[in-house]
Design a protein around this ligand. Structure first.
Ligand code: YH5
Length: 283
């Protein structure tokens, strides 16, 4: 297990995340496919029930996302993203004891959700959209900066690196600097190599193998590999058959020092985390 130099508490709005242990972040999609039938109210009820289940299963964070980052997904208007995400954030904040992460690149969504109980801004574009740094700086939420090149629509066309780990590290270091220049203290930041974002299968595997190299940046790491193609391409299995592969990577990520695991299968991943923690705590 790698040692951590960073401090052990991450301020997340009105909550604090203790970084001396590893946490599970449950994924809550609020994209149209997730409320295709039944309309908005049914969608909200269903989202809340899903969030409730994940918290009962041991998730300490819920990641609410209203914009699909799937290649080929249609862009979402500001109003649509607000309409999808805000009611869910508000409902979770009023009912559940959990840190609410919002998967967004949109400054207006960041500002609106900050007032509704958001504790973490999870931006796959690392606050590169116009106004995003300034918006995040106006909140007291933590910020997850993720590595990606290009946009979700074109990122997988032909990703190339001469020094993958070096380039991911430099990108994240530069975004941390941009944050600090905008008034976002490093103590609020967590980092993510962005598995599946502008990376081939070989890139994903070698980046995962060398995850510890990102410790040089001095900030806690979030890892999101649940059900992703890193598992699917290795095992040749469809999305619904990727649980065991995802759990193997969750265990490895924890060993490599990751502090937050972003996953679909919360109960199973929490078992992995608890089991490893028990062995690590033994005499
Ligand atoms: C991430 O890694 N990922 S959305 C394809 C899949 C399964 C899952 C083909 N948001 C991340 O979860 N935020 C997403 O099967 C994220 N880190 C952070 N911080 C993509 C996703 C997925 C894609």
């Amino acid at each position: 297990m790698s040692s951590s130099l960073h401090t052990t508490r991450l301020p997340c709005g009105n909550r604090v995340l203790d970084l001396s242990s590893t946490h599970v972040m449950g994924i809550l999609n609020v994209t149209p496919d997730s409320f295709s039938d039944g309309g908005r109210f049914k969608g909200l009820e269903r989202a809340l029930a899903h969030a409730r289940g994940m918290v009962e299963a041991g998730a300490n964070l819920i990641d609410v996302g209203g914009e699909s980052t799937r290649p080929g997904a249609l862009p979402v208007s500001l109003q649509e993203e607000l309409d999808r995400v805000c009611p869910v954030v508000e409902a979770i904040a009023s009912e559940l004891n959990v840190i609410i992460s919002v998967d967004t690149s949109t400054p207006e969504v960041m500002l609106e959700c900050a007032g509704l109980g958001m504790g973490l801004i999870n931006d796959v574009r690392a606050l590169q959209r116009a106004g995003a740094l300034e918006a995040a700086a106006q909140t007291d939420a933590a910020v997850c900066l993720m590595h990606m090149l290009g946009e979700p629509g074109d990122m997988q066309k032909n990703p190339q690196y001469t020094d993958l780990v070096g380039e991911v590290t430099d990108f994240l270091a530069n975004r941390m600097l941009a944050c600090q220049n905008a008034g976002i203290d490093a103590s609020r930041i967590i980092l993510d190599p962005g598995f599946g974002f502008a990376k081939t299968h070989a890139h994903n595997l070698s980046l995962f193998r060398r995850l510890e190299a990102l410790d040089a940046l001095g900030r806690p790491l979030l890892v999101g590999v649940s059900r992703k193609s890193i598992v699917g391409q290795t095992l040749g299995k469809p999305i619904d058959d990727r649980l065991a592969g995802s759990l193997a990577l969750a265990a490895m990520a924890m060993f490599k020092g990751a502090k937050i695991l972003r996953v679909h299968d919360v109960a199973e991943t929490v078992d992995v985390v608890r089991m490893i923690a028990a062995v690590n705590a033994a005499e």
